[in-house]
Design a protein around this ligand. Sequence first.
Ligand code: MLT
Length: 411
Amino acid sequence: MATINDNYLKLKAGYLFPEIGRRVSAYAADNPDAPIIKLGIGDVTEPLPAACRDAIIEATKEMGDRATFKGYGPEQGYLWLRDKIAQHDFQSRGCDIDASEIFISDGSKCDCGNILDIFGDDNKIAVTDPVYPVYVDTNVMAGHTGDAAADGKYEGLVYLPISADNDFTAQIPTEKVDLIYLCFPNNPTGATATKEHLQAWVEYAKQHGSLILFDAAYEAFITDPDLPHSIYEIEGAKDCAIEFRSFSKNAGFTGTRCALTVVPKNLTGKASDGSDVELWKLWNRRQSTKFNGVSYIVQRGAEAVYSKAGQAQTKELIAFYLENAKIIREQLTAAGIKVYGGTNAPYVWVKTPNGLSSWDFFDKLLLNCNVVGTPGSGFGAAGEGYFRISAFNSRDNVNEAMKRITDKFKA
Ligand code: MLT
């Protein structure tokens, strides 16, 4: 009989969102008429921007015609898309990023996990607590941790607590770590990072030879002009950071699938013989071996984000979700519930009322209000006593959910 990767046995029962889905399905099966509103997983609800949809239709027609049909594309993504990303998302903000350093993929979640393929097993890895669970679980799967303790923390990982006391931005560690996951705007807390905060991380990384894995999947939600959108806006970051980006949340591509990862050409890692090896070469090798690229049709859809119409439509989409976040913040605050985030991010991080645990609040909301959110403790031990509410839903559903919650929990 084939043996298995035992590391999977160290994982907690289910990935957070399927676990929530399981509980909601069980409730819905017992209460088939319950008008459940889901503000749990950060999945978009509004249709694709018309510019993207039209580009996808056009590209689909091309694929149906022998003269314009395309087979395999370049594993790294088509240059016409990478050029637009480099210019619009990076060079226009003063970041020295070239199209050759951009890899198109089918998702940031996949890239955040797959990137571990190019790193050794002996790195010291730091994550914030709470944190997007993919960073932790993929390290557990790769055998980079020991077992989980009773509080859910895995032996071998360095946890950097984030809370209201430090504005949900981790204190720079005093010990040396090799890989650091940072996510801004933050999932799950909705917090943002100033240039000064990122500068401090870059300085730390350069001083210790560490690598920052920077998840910027929610950068489009930044409206404050002083906040950085990319880690490469920080001097020196090209020498110590990889950045992940996505079309999922700015252009509604969660079901369409397109994202990108930036691996600067000058970044290096240490081989066991002591030599320095370019990470770009390893990632390129990994992608061209295990990945055949994102479909032509979808890349044309992503390219349309950068057209004049696409820019206007994605801006409108983001403003729509940010208005939802504002409604959530205002309604809960008026009901005496403490909230954080949700101004430059689509997530509102809620202090659970009446000292309820995260899962107790989850159950109460589901049973009494038929509203689904995400328990903060699912993002890590320090998330206990918090709850994440996502702004990704229709306006009617957000208004209705807030009415039900505030009616039930008014102070
Ligand atoms: C979330 O709810 O945290 C997101 O949906 C995660 C993701 O985009 O994978």
